[in-house]
Design a protein around this ligand. Structure first.
Ligand code: G1P
Length: 304
């Protein structure tokens, strides 16, 4: 079986769920604790042994490139001041030269189209896709869990988790032919079905291991749900040529396009950082227990 060496990180979305913050800041640069959301996807990919990262971006996203770059000026200032811990922190987001590429998706034509934009850089080998909005707190990083399952399934593999029936219309949903409680073999995959027609409650999380056939399928994939070229449809289109499985991924998932979940992710991740856990817990408990929230008027309206 060919190894999975490359990962695509689609990062072209407008971030309309996080306005006004994302008016001038890419949504991928919003932070969880002290690093941008996108860095968690990169760290997850690295932990799974991925060697090459392909980011698909759009206009206004150049800060992503800068974040992963070598920042000589900053490093020399920190070095000159003897700030070695900060220097190490700054360097921790660097990706080695030649190990990453940025490609543009010129128009927002859907997730399938975004992945297709990376096709020349993927070539003819299996690849991973990580949607950076979804961040996981897990003892084994989700993509690593998936690669373990992929060693037995091959073909196309999607990460899945069960969602309540009323939420099937937000996700790709698997139609399982068999299911051992960990891995399900699928006969179909449907993008955002309404609950009354959903084939199951097994929803696709933003983690995929795909065969290059999916790129060929995307070459001729017409628009699907929402008028967009859907990755889900292209994966479904290869069934028959490629087996499709879904693997349940262990861990807590945070959809960081959702305000509550982004706040929850900040809390959960900071409570797992030894140098922050005690002070964050104390602050959270104080805010929850006393009058801090109730007594102070927080302006929510636009400043006149
Ligand atoms: C995309 C996919 C969907 C998947 C979801 C996971 O949808 O199209 O199949 O379940 O990501 O987050 P989006 O969230 O971009 O609408």
């Amino acid at each position: 079986m060919q190894p999975v060496r490359k990962a695509v990180i689609p990062s072209a979305g407008l971030g309309t769920r996080s306005l006004p913050a994302t008016k001038s800041i890419p949504k991928e640069m919003l932070t969880i604790v002290d690093r941008p959301i996108i860095q968690y996807a990169v760290e997850e990919a690295r932990a799974a042994g991925i060697e090459v990262l392909i980011f698909v971006t759009s206009r206004g996203k150049t800060s992503l490139e800068d974040h992963f770059d070598h920042q000589a000026e900053l490093y020399s200032v920190l070095q000159g001041r003897g700030k070695s811990a900060q220097l190490a922190q700054a360097r921790s987001s660097e990706i080695a030269a030649g190990r990453y590429a940025f490609v543009r998706q010129p128009e927002p034509m859907g997730l399938g189209h975004a992945v297709w934009c990376a096709r020349q850089f993927i070539g003819n080998e299996p690849f991973a896709v990580l949607l950076p909005d979804e961040v996981f707190l897990a003892s084994v990083p989700p993509l690593k869990q998936m690669l373990q399952a992929f060693a037995t399934t091959g073909g196309n593999l999607v990460g899945v988790r069960e969602v309540p029936l009323h939420m099937t219309n937000r996700y790709g949903i698997l139609d399982p032919a068999s299911d051992d409680g960990h891995i399900a073999a699928a006969r179909d995959l449907v993008e955002k079905p309404e609950p009354d027609v959903a084939p199951s409650r097994l929803s696709v999380i933003g983690r995929y291991i795909l065969q290059p056939d999916v790129l060929d399928q995307l070459d001729r994939q017409p628009p699907g749900a929402g008028g967009e070229i859907q990755l889900t449809d292209a994966i479904a289109g290869t069934i028959g040529r490629q087996p499709l499985h879904g693997v349940r991924v262990a861990g807590e998932r945070f959809d960081c396009g959702d305000c509550t979940q982004l706040i929850s992710a900040n809390l959960a991740f900071s409570l797992r950082r030894p140098e922050l856990a005690t002070s964050v817990r104390a602050a959270a408990e104080r805010i929850l227990s006393d009058a801090v929230v109730n007594d102070i008027q927080v302006p929510t309206a636009r400043v006149a």
